[in-house]
Design a protein around this ligand. Sequence first.
Ligand code: FES
Length: 107
Amino acid sequence: MCSGRVDPVFVLQAFEDGADGVLVAGCHIGDCHYISGNLQTKERLENLIKSFEILGIEKDRLRLEWVSAGEGQKFQQLIIEFTKKLRELGPSPFNKKVIANPTGGGV
Ligand code: FES
């Protein structure tokens, strides 16, 4: 219900489960229905990104954006841009299929 519910462990689990990228979209700053959930997520994910280099995950594989339900075009553009970026990056090094078959796979 709120981006504040996104625990960094969920993000790491998604990568471990084979996601090439994770997009967390929350309400605009000041619009969170739970007052500060998006601010807490921002802080948690910024801290998580700091560990990405150690984990071998490109920081561009995680994106945090503020987008409201009334911003369909913005959301569409966001998905297009993020998908393009993930295709440029290629499969995540954590993707179990890539690890099992390093010459195959894809985004
Ligand atoms: S309700 Fe908290 S970010 Fe949307």
